[in-house]
Design a protein around this ligand. Sequence first.
Ligand code: F6R
Length: 608
Amino acid sequence: MCGIVGYVGSRNGTSLLVDGLKRLEYRGYDSAGVSLMDGGGIETRKAKGKIAMLEAAIGSMPIQGNVGIAHTRWATHGPPNECNAHPHHDCSGTVSVVHNGIIENYGPLRAMLKKTGHTFVSDTDTEVLAHLIEAAFDDNLEEAVVDALALVEGTYGIAVICSRDPDKIVAARKGSPLLIGLGEGENYIASDVAAILQHTRHVVYLDDGEMAVVTRTGYRVMDLNAQTIKKRVNRIDWDLDKIEKGGYEHFMLKEIFEQPQTIQNTMRGRSVDEDGFSKLGGLNLSREELQHFDHIIITACGTSWHSALIGKMMIEEHARIRCEVEYASEFRYRNPIVSEKTLCIVISQSGETADTLAAMREAKRRGAKTLGLVNQVGSTIAREDDGGIYLHAGPEIGVASTKAFTSQVVALALLTLKLGRLRTMSVVQGRVVTQALEKLPEQIQNILDRAGEIEKIAAAFTDATNFLYLGRGFNFPVALEGALKLKEISYIHAEGYPAAEMKHGPIALIDADMPVVFIAPHDSVFDKVVSNVQEVKARGGRVIAITSRDEPSLDGKIDYEFRIPETIDMLNPVLSAIPLQLLAYYIAAKRGLNVDQPRNLAKSVTVE
Ligand code: F6R
């Protein structure tokens, strides 16, 4: 979603800010802009479309300066065009603002400002901020920002510069991530550490309700009553090459191929084979507390919601705790039953998804303990949960989530072991799980070594207009995930269903033009799935089957087959998801689409 970068130092900030924006491209955007303090006044360049267009605009009318802010916009209020792109200005052009989030009361504020003579040029909610700051400005930018924000309802991560108080950036956060990067004689602002990692590894994360005044030589964080807040400086320990393509054509393909390693990283030091147990240091819950829960709610969005469905099945089957899965966007506005015996697990790759964060806060407010399964270290969910399990999958840049999904499933398996072994799971049952977990990296490598087989299958379906994905048990959420991957990046309509549910409606769609992907490894429901394959074949559907061994019962019923190695039922999703990620990838790549930044999508959805 929208991205923010800011720089205050002694270098020319133009290319530094534009390079920072390029590092945020993966988040999804439709226009971009930059403002610099240029010889006393503020100069701004903006462009619709890719950052290359912004570079062209700067090329034809260069700007420079050593205090500046920049933004990639993902349209919410008003279409993506140059005028609506950020930064936005006040009437006199002395204030420049970039903003992530939504100002909910921008309508009345705009009307009020218009009455007092302010002129608006864009359709955005953000523009009111520039005018509010202009109206409140006396001689100090941070005071004007405090006064302006006091009138605002909604969410924001903002960075502001002002030519009447020129040597600083003022930033503030409520509901939209923001951090300060610390350099030598220069400092930065960013909504995502990727934007500034080439300049510094030392960052200070802002929390909701905090603002920062950042100058060349230092920074000060305070609350909105101007009370100084002491903040921790965090060191980022991953490298820039993690956010580069490393020879792959797309980040998504690189991330799919990283999975033997990322799974290993999720498990490292956590799976204890001799005791069939897992060590999860970050849970912050005592043995007694873990035994006390009799109800679990898992809440998430999108792909993370699919892994939540798998987690529910694992936990109910092996730890025997009642478990519900809720879309975070629904949970936050319901009146859910939560008690002090409820554990709320929130799953989020980014740790910033607005609905998931709000659901977690709601669960906390109602007395539940919260556990975050988060990939992005230092993200808001990771900082606000009561305890958690970091996925350690490394930065995920491709908008379609791949390696985070498999790491989520593995983290849920580790949690299941922990909860199960404190209840009814025997050491022998525990060891079956730990041993199966240990085999996963090699088994994933085996699948990836045969990616060419999937590429050939993909070649037969590049012109398909619909797809159906069917699976049962642990593989039903994989069917949902396979369908989501395909529709996100190839724009082919796809649906996932429990295989037997097909008879209750979707079967009407099946004809010779309908490809049907069956996720059918040899598990406890395999024989049931065979009957569903038969039903599709009898109606002329084209069957692609993900199987795990030679199955005579499928002879003559499938058109394309890909074999995955065998594992225990609960870990099948880790293996069966990978050929589906590859299938979606190859189909989209063969259609010549922008795999890493599909249209309309954002990597981290920080608005409701
Ligand atoms: C799908 C995808 C999205 C995310 C969803 C939640 O490929 O990436 O569906 O899974 O937006 O995001 P996180 O996990 O960051 O909360």
